[in-house]
Design a protein around this ligand. Structure first.
Ligand code: NDP
Length: 406
């Protein structure tokens, strides 16, 4: 039996992971689940899946969770505080850790799982973008096995040679082809995108995901973060990663070899495939996804991304080339800008403008330690908030056009 912990269990990836784990009670034992403050949802998950531990980072919400459970879940010990998620990530009875907390909030627990030598199922791409070299070093030093959950990186991993070591470019690889759906605004004009609402941005055409990554998909920042992620995971420089817009989201990414072969991984757009792949690797298990019907799919289209409409991609490509602390700066500014957009304090196109201004203000610099990353992260968040309070005044003055499409 493989002991599993799910950090971010109340989110979209967390729920898909619970679904796959529950399909294989003979193989997996759910040891622990955790989230931030969704007490009611966590209470339901505890009653249904009966883990040994459950944690909420928010202590008040953890109190609420205890109240909601009463005496109904004596098998589950409730833990509280950010430290509890770190504790879970390193528990001896946990073999595999699903790192599915959204944003920089997932960094410490992801690092803890790596240091403790766990099988690290990495959905929390932001931790790799922020602190890539530190996380990769923690994986090496802890003897952890890192398996990518992002559908693109999981696809690339599946297309790489069997003996691929994460972080090292395998011989014979010419390029990585990173596919992108193009998001909900793929075919919109720049003028229409300028008035996009949060509701429109989170309505992804192919994938059901959390709100933050849905907005990242709409700006194409998600693809930019994934490009940085790909460089770290597969040891390739940014110029060897080509972003290809593929509206059907059937080809999840591909690897081109020196001999001209292109190996791609295909499947229905459902995160349970990469989750099941990583949970069972190197075995294959059922995931519950709908099997791909190529005849019904009929068409697979590919095109180049439009850099004028989606500036976030170019910003992330530049950050990937700069390396050091720049990706952490980019990530922090993006998180703050996306939150402001979701709160209707920032226009859609200003997400890129805020990130660009914050990256331009930052001096970059090398990553010496986790403290360097955390300092760059908090400084960039502060700068992004400053930028946004200026932009919010503009939004109020113009009476915001965002309601136009609502
Ligand atoms: P959701 O928004 O659906 O869920 C986020 C989860 O993180 C929730 O469980 C939330 O808990 C938890 N969380 C948020 N803040 C904190 C915090 N401060 N401390 C502890 N837990 C916290 O996100 P997704 O599931 O969509 O995405 C999760 C990660 O996976 C992201 O990094 C995303 O980029 C990546 N990913 C997601 C994909 C998808 O299809 N959804 C695809 C590929 C990658 P609470 O409910 O209590 O707020």
């Amino acid at each position: 039996m493989i002991g599993v912990a799910i950090l971010g269990s109340t989110g979209s990836i967390g729920e898909s992971t619970l679904d796959v784990v529950a399909r294989h009670p003979d193989r997996f034992k759910l040891i622990a689940i955790g989230a931030n403050r969704s007490a009611a949802k966590l209470a339901e998950q505890i009653k249904r899946h009966r883990p040994a531990y459950a944690a909420l980072a928010d202590e008040t919400a953890a109190g609420e969770l205890k109240r909601l459970l009463g005496n109904s879940a004596p098998q589950t010990r409730i833990l509280a505080g950010e430290g509890a998620l770190i504790e879970i990530a390193a528990m001896p009875e946990v073999h595999s850790v699903m790192a599915a907390i959204v944003g920089g909030a997932g960094l410490r627990s992801t690092l803890a799982a790596a240091r403790a030598g766990k099988r690290l199922l990495l959905a929390n791409k932001e931790s790799l973008v922020m602190a890539g070299p530190l996380l990769m070093e923690a994986v090496r030093a802890g003897g952890a096995v890192l398996l990518p959950i992002d559908s693109e990186h999981n696809a690339i991993f599946q297309c790489m040679p069997h003996n691929t070591r994460v972080g090292t470019q395998p011989p014979g690889v010419r390029r990585v082809l990173l596919t992108a759906s193009g998001g909900p605004f793929r075919d919109w004009t720049r003028e229409a995108i300028a008035t996009a609402t949060p509701e429109q941005a989170v309505a992804h055409p192919n994938w059901v995901m959390g709100r933050k990554i849905s907005v990242d998909s709409a700006t194409l920042m998600n693809k930019g973060l994934e490009l940085i992620e790909a460089c770290l995971l597969f040891g390739v420089p940014p110029q060897q990663v080509e972003v290809v817009v593929h509206p059907q989201s059937i080809v999840h990414s591909a690897v081109e070899y020196l001999d001209g072969s292109v190996l791609a991984q295909l499947g229905s757009p459902d995160m349970r495939t990469p989750i099941a792949h990583a949970l069972a690797w190197p075995d294959r298990i059922a995931s519950g996804v709908e099997f791909l019907d190529l005849i019904r799919t009929a068409r697979l289209d590919f095109r180049a991304p439009d850099p004028d409409k989606f500036r976030c991609l170019a910003l992330a490509q530049a950050a990937a080339r700069a390396g050091g602390l720049t990706p952490a700066v980019l990530n922090a500014a993006n998180e703050v800008a996306v939150e402001a957009f979701l709160d209707r304090r920032l226009n859609f196109l200003d997400i890129a403008a805020v990130i660009e201004a914050v990256v331009a203000q930052s001096g970059g610099g090398v990553i010496g330690s986790l403290e360097d990353v955390l300092a760059a992260d908090s400084e960039s968040r502060r700068r992004a908030r400053e930028q946004i309070s200026g932009s919010s005044a503009e939004v109020r003055k113009s009476g915001t056009a965002r309601g136009a499409h609502a």
